[in-house]
Design a protein around this ligand. Structure first.
Ligand code: PAF
Length: 460
């Protein structure tokens, strides 16, 4: 059998031991069996470590272009084999921590030069993050400057220039400065994609920012832990905060401006003795009825009030929210409707960890066995969704299966209910449903988690 040849780009990185020697050994192991030929190799670049534990050594990075008859999946396995042969222990290493050797398959081209796409658990081609990493693109530019990248549609060379430009991320400390920055951007004709956040950014947020950067001229982000939406002071107190870390991550995903502020900065005229009077608050609308509305009184009103003010400051073209906060999405749409349908609200799919848990800033507060117990939430949602997919349309039956699915030791369920996502009601619907979303809130290890899944995703 004639095996087809592919061309593949591989990234190399290390910040422990002697990276250049390790790279040489890795490349000779790669070529050892005679079925992989190195066509081009970049210089070795010294780069700062991005994220991970403080004060870790700088990295050395490089890239090679190879030609091979080895299929992409087997090539990735071979790279992992070389990593462990040279001392990397994936099982025990820290996220973004020091590395003896990191070998990544960036992309592969078929014999016609077309990009090979694969979205498996192990193999993801083209590499989903390569376009936002200058330390990957800089060496890649030496060996494949004109290669077009699938997400941005830019060449490697242009994408690197784009990132270097937005490496000058504007970091503003007040809504007043943000307002002026956005006014200037709009006056220059730019569209603005806005992602409001409370910081402690995770991949779910970054996905929103990537999309905002892709669909608009400029992406901007707010980081503000909004006291108006916390009904429990200890929850507000322990909410994770890391503005410097957030700004570092944002600079990598093409964000042009990030701003923060204080309650006084957002409501300079309205605060009375540090409190926002009822007259200055924005109604949350019908989407706030029931569930979150019952268990966190005032929370969605606090969201509506700050989101309205954020929209007024930024005046974005589009604003991006994660579908994980289902009722929040309804409330935010209501706020935009009150503002004459602006901005356009873009609801983006929930990003999940491989374990199934929905990404959330609060996940960082889960400790020990709570990390495992929390999996019951997405497991229960998947079980109810499976029942729907098997033809069950009965509200009571779906709710029972959801509740049985999430019931687990250590999971203190506040609600696990089914609603019609197209027709939000205070009470749970009964009888046969045409559309359904399962919604869950539960406390696990002292951390309040929420999640939802639309059962009839095709209708979104
Ligand atoms: O989803 C959040 O992080 C917050 O509720 C939001 C939308 C930023 C308002 O504070």
């Amino acid at each position: 059998m004639v095996r087809s040849r592919i061309t593949a780009a591989i990234a190399l990185g290390a910040n422990v031991g002697e990276p250049e020697r390790t790279f040489k050994r890795a490349l000779s192991l790669l070529e050892r069996d005679g079925d992989v030929q190195i066509l081009r190799r970049s210089h070795w670049h010294g780069t700062d470590a991005v994220g991970g534990p403080a004060a870790q050594p700088n990295y050395t990075n490089g890239a090679v272009l190879v030609e091979t008859t080895v299929a992409p999946g087997a090539l990735l396995e071979r790279l992992h084999g070389i990593e462990s042969h040279l001392g990397r222990d994936r099982a025990s290493e820290e996220r973004r921590g020091p590395r003896v050797l990191d070998l990544d398959l960036l992309y592969a081209l078929d014999e016609q030069g077309g990009l090979i796409t694969d979205r498996g658990e192990q193999l993801q081609l083209p590499h989903p993050r390569m376009e936002e990493r200058p330390f990957v693109l800089a060496p890649l530019k030496e060996i494949a400057p004109e290669q077009r990248l699938p997400r941005s549609g830019r060449t490697v060379s242009d994408q690197l220039a784009f990132l270097e430009q937005s490496g000058g991320l504007a970091r503003l400390d007040s809504p007043a400065e943000a307002r002026a920055w956005c006014e200037a951007a709009r006056a220059a004709g730019a569209t603005i994609g806005f992602v409001p956040t409370m910081g402690a950014l995770h991949d779910g947020h970054l996905e929103l920012v990537r999309r905002a950067a892709m669909e608009n001229d400029l992406a901007c982000v707010s980081v503000f832990v909004n006291p108006l939406q916390f009904n429990d002071p200890s929850d507000l107190e322990k909410y994770p905060r890391d503005f410097a870390g957030d700004a570092r991550l944002l600079a990598q995903v093409g964000c042009a401006m990030v701003f923060t502020g204080s309650l006084e900065g957002f409501f300079p005229e309205e605060l009375v003795d540090g409190e926002l009077p009822a007259a200055a608050r924005v109604p949350a609308g019908p989407g706030a009825a029931g569930l979150e509305g019952d268990f966190r009184p005032g929370h969605l009103g606090g969201v509506a009030t700050i989101v309205d003010r954020l929209f007024e400051v930024v005046m974005p073209t589009r604003a991006y929210f994660g579908a994980k906060d289902f009722q929040q999405c309804l409330v935010v749409q209501h706020v935009a409707d009150l503002r004459g349908g602006r901005p356009e609200i873009v609801r983006c799919p929930t990003v999940r960890e491989p374990s199934g848990i929905a990404m959330a800033s609060r996940n960082t507060l889960l400790e020990g066995e709570a990390c495992v117990q929390a999996l019951a939430i997405s497991r229960g949602l998947r079980a109810a969704k499976a029942a729907w997919e098997a033809g069950d349309r009965d509200a009571a039956s779906l709710t029972r299966q959801l509740q049985e699915g999430v019931a687990a030791p250590g999971v203190d369920v506040e609600y696990a209910e089914v609603r019609d996502p197209g027709n939000w009601t205070l009470e749970a619907p009964c009888g046969a449903l045409e559309r359904a979303v399962g919604l869950v809130a539960a406390n696990v290890g002292g951390v309040r988690l929420i999640d939802n899944m639309e059962f009839d995703e095709g209708l979104r």
